[in-house]
Design a protein around this ligand. Structure first.
Ligand code: AKG
Ligand code: FE2
Length: 422
């Protein structure tokens, strides 16, 4: 039996243990044998007179699934390529392969919504309203590590255009998507394909994604990073990046003021010509069993701030809060800002980056578009100080990013330890 199939069988066996079913019971034994026979595919039970027909259909379906050639650096430092099924195809066929199942099964319910006040950027921009809004900002960040913004002034048509080009891109046939974006020869996690991938033993996320470097301008010239189809993809996303950057710059100042630091304490590391903005489009197609898999595994962002818009569904983002995963009550018509690890370092821990994840939905697809904003790689961050000894070290952005990506994904928030004094 090949490794993938063996992993799937182990995972399916796990499901039975998890549900406390007596493994010695005859029916369970039969079922395990049946799963072994079906190897890696986890699908609704097809033990019926039609099963041979279903098996045949299943084999035909499997042949219709495209694969991403996913590159990663193995433990010996060698560049490897592995084929991973395109989730959009799996969704169309309503199948969840065993290697998308979390082990142990991440039986995550969809926790109840809680109230999540939004930061009113219009008030933040007034002399009289700023102080109140700053207090709110500090308190929401403290509680959630992320916040919603409203009245931000971003042209709604610009956001609609982003939604349109993203949907148009993912509606293209697989081969057109591939040829629209081009291929990548390294493992820098850019382009159309899989999310960050580290090892063959890692459960796969229910996600197809498209990632580009949007700033500094010119960072991807010569590389076919931007889709050329739909033709207005790049201008629409670049426009979002530029107007999003203005809001992020304002928020960097507001966050510093919110903890009574100099206004430029965070913004001083940024430079319009050299700061980086990476764009990641996350697509979580409707999933036949969202309770068994994960859209995007738990992580913090390796940014200073991340600006996010979403469409398709509202219930995909969860944040760890008091050791419980909570669905973020984030309406589609507002934008969300995530505090990233670099702000945690800049603020000497006064702000904590959020530990968050995304789950797929049973009957609707969901998209999010994230702008990851950070200083240039060469910038050295010196955490703010209140006269006491600092909790975080001076860190060069590029060193932190190298460490973050070498370590990730991790089950808990570990990368940040790199920047902390013990
Ligand atoms: O899909 C989402 O809402 C979250 C995406 C995210 O966390 C990321 O791209 O880093
Ligand atoms: Fe994230």
């Amino acid at each position: 039996m090949d490794k993938l199939s063996k992993m799937a069988v182990e995972k399916n066996t796990w499901m039975f243990q998890d549900h406390n079913i007596n493994e010695h019971h005859l029916t369970v034994r039969l079922r395990v044998i049946w799963i072994i026979y079906r190897l890696q595919w986890c699908r609704p039970d097809t033990s019926s007179p039609d099963s041979t027909k279903n098996e045949k259909k299943e084999m035909e379906n499997i042949e219709r699934i495209h694969h991403h050639d996913t590159k990663f650096i193995d433990q010996n430092g060698h560049l490897q390529t592995i084929k991973i099924p395109v989730v959009q195809d799996l969704a169309r066929l309503k199948i969840l392969p065993g290697d998308f199942i979390q082990n142990p099964v991440a039986a995550h319910p969809f926790p109840p919504h809680t109230f999540f006040d939004a930061i009113d950027m219009a008030k933040l921009r007034t002399k009289s309203g700023r102080a109140t809004e700053l207090r709110k900002l500090a308190s929401i960040c403290d509680e959630w590590g992320m916040f919603i913004i409203r009245n931000h002034g971003l042209d709604p048509r610009a956001l609609e255009e982003v939604e349109q080009v993203v949907k148009n891109f993912f509606e293209l046939p697989f081969e057109d998507k591939k040829s629209s974006v081009g291929t990548y020869t390294d493992a820098d996690n850019m382009g159309y394909g899989r999310n960050f991938f580290k090892s063959q033993h890692q459960p796969l996320d229910w996600i197809d994604r498209l990632a580009m470097k949007a700033a500094p301008v010119g960072s991807t010239e010569g590389l076919r990073v931007w889709p050329n189809n739909p033709p207005n993809f790049r201008p629409a996303v670049e426009n979002f990046v530029e107007i999003g950057r203005q809001v992020l710059d304002e928020l960097l100042e507001a966050l510093a003021e919110a903890i009574s630091c100099d206004t430029d304490s965070f913004s001083r590391y940024f430079d319009p010509d050299t700061s980086e903005i990476n764009v990641r489009v996350n697509y979580y197609p409707a999933c036949p069993r969202p309770d068994l898999t994960m859209g995007l595994v738990p992580h913090s962002d390796a940014s200073a701030l991340t600006l996010l818009t979403q469409f398709g569904s509202e219930n995909g983002l969860q944040v760890l809060k008091s050791n419980q995963w909570i669905t973020v009550p984030w309406p589609c018509d507002s934008l969300l800002v995530n505090v990233g690890d670099l702000i945690e370092i800049m603020g000497d821990g006064r702000f904590r980056s959020s530990w968050h994840r995304a789950v797929a939905q049973p009957d609707t697809g969901r998209f999010s578009v994230a702008l990851f904003y950070r200083p240039p790689r060469g910038a050295e961050i010196e955490p703010v100080s209140d006269g006491e000894s600092n909790k975080y070290k001076n860190v060069v952005v590029g060193d932190y990013l190298d460490h973050f990506y070498k370590l990730s994904p991790t089950p808990t928030k570990q990368a940040i330890m790199f920047a902390k004094f013990n």
